[in-house]
Design a protein around this ligand. Sequence first.
Ligand SMILES: Cc1cn([C@H]2C[C@H](O)[C@@H](COP(=O)(O)OP(=O)(O)OP(=O)(O)O)O2)c(=O)[nH]c1=O
Length: 195
Amino acid sequence: MSSSLVLASASPRRRELLNQIGLAHTVLPVNIDETPLDNEQPLALVTRLAQQKAEQGFEAAQGVTNVSQSIVLAADTIVVYQGVALGKPIDADDHNTMLSKLSNKTHQVITAFSIKSSQAVYTEAVSSDVTFMALNKQQIANYWLSGEPQDKAGGYAIQGYGATFVKHLSGSYTGVVGLPLFECANALKRFGVEV
Ligand SMILES: Cc1cn([C@H]2C[C@H](O)[C@@H](COP(=O)(O)OP(=O)(O)OP(=O)(O)O)O2)c(=O)[nH]c1=O
């Protein structure tokens, strides 16, 4: 029986990114506790969460007969400023504080992805540097009202209006959106999944 690719994610962005490179897949949403452990550094956090999502997805895939030979892909994305992971803004004030920090500065977006089959597991983290233009309070308030930042770690989306804030990007654009396609496609080859 040939193996099939399963994306363990509820994220429509990750689905679209896989579709962009023509990788047929089944979607199996997973739900894990994303609370950091005590003193857990951002890189360790994002790597652990991606791996946990892949493991949970793999377990869940075993219960579904047509994906029993599955190769499961999962990912996690975090925004890091001065070594600290930023969560999702809880309200307009919190969002203002968050984007005021990112204004006119460079921060990191780290996406870790994990691939699990019955034989192996592979996990990799890809970090990108993103530099924002200077933002004033009015711009931040208007952006909040657009509805885009509400459910976004770091309070913005580069694939949306947030693109207009990004002065410079060094790294992986698709990694910032949620799945670094270059690294992911290379890693999938080792699992026999070709683009
Ligand atoms: C910086 C940035 C963050 N984000 C945010 C949105 C999410 O809050 C975060 C990714 O969250 P994740 O927890 O990685 O993923 P998810 O909860 O959306 O989906 P799943 O766990 O099921 O795979 O990245 C963007 O969408 N675009 C961006 O440019």
